[in-house]
Design a protein around this ligand. Structure first.
Ligand code: ADP
Length: 248
């Protein structure tokens, strides 16, 4: 499930309340310290424009996943300020974060599909959580899977799919609520060339459809496959491409 374990159904609120598209991502001097005192992110300032395509690069351990988790609201920053869609995450509270997450799609490296549900139900789940009836959620999921060329998989269980198929279904799940922001963590990390090319196509479509896209990767082939701004991280610091906003 997107965001890992939040009970979406307990918050039947509008999906896109007050989302300020002009402020899709702003980070001001953000740090993330894991106990006892390891700084996975250190004084990171970033500004991502609406509709931008951004690659978050850096070697393993640079802090890419940590940063994506903060953008998703799955983890809180230890210091600094994170503004997503015009909302300061630190001031949103649990319900507000849950609501905001419905405007964000997340794809994890290991797809995180629920093995006991069919492909169709995996993709329908976030739509239902965002307030659609089960029937509408499933028909939305079906239409999307058909659109993405995955119609033949709808009744399959995720464990029976190849890694590439699982990752394409994970993209469908991330896209089912037409997110303003799409986050992907090493989405081609474990895939062969052909499967990776299909994932690239899905990201291109999401971007052309108007989503702001942030992709963490250390795959040079992926970097070459789409035009995008590269923000480079090294040991928790931005070393290139930050596009930090001017002080306000
Ligand atoms: P990347 O995605 O670039 O490989 P991560 O964000 O996963 O980097 O990790 C950055 C650093 O933070 C690494 O040194 C990692 O070991 C550490 N780290 C990540 N998550 C935790 C955690 N929950 N507790 C302690 N350290 C962590």
């Amino acid at each position: 499930m997107i965001g890992g374990g939040t009970d979406f159904k307990s918050v039947p609120l509008p999906v896109r309340l007050c989302y300020d598209r002009a402020q899709v991502i702003r980070l001001y001097h953000v740090s993330k310290v894991y106990p006892p005192r390891f700084a996975a992110l250190n004084d990171v300032s970033l500004h991502v424009q609406p509709g931008e395509f951004v690659f978050l690069t850096g070697p393993s351990g640079a802090g890419k996943t940590t940063l994506l988790r903060l953008l998703l609201g799955a983890d809180a920053a230890s210091a600094g300020q994170i503004v997503i869609g015009g909302r300061n995450l630190a001031r949103l509270g649990r319900q507000g974060i849950t609501r905001l997450r419905r405007s964000t799609g997340m794809v994890f490296q290991d797809s995180k599909l629920l093995p006991g549900l069919t492909v169709l139900d995996n993709v329908a789940l976030p739509a239902e959580a965002a307030g659609a009836s089960p029937r509408d959620a499933r028909s939305k999921a079906f239409a999307l899977l058909r659109d993405l060329g995955l119609k033949d998989l709808v009744r399959r269980a995720p464990p029976s799919l190849s890694g590439g198929e699982q990752q394409r279904v994970a993209f469908a799940r991330a896209l089912v609520n037409d997110p303003r922001l799409l986050l992907a963590d090493e989405p081609t990390g474990n895939l062969d060339e052909e499967s990776a090319a299909r994932i690239v196509e899905l990201m291109r479509r999401a971007h052309q459809g108007g989503a702001t896209v942030v992709v963490a990767t250390h795959d040079p082939a992926l970097l070459r496959s789409l035009p995008g701004r590269e923000i480079a991280l090294r040991t928790g610091r931005v070393v290139a491409g930050d596009g930090a906003p001017p002080p306000e």
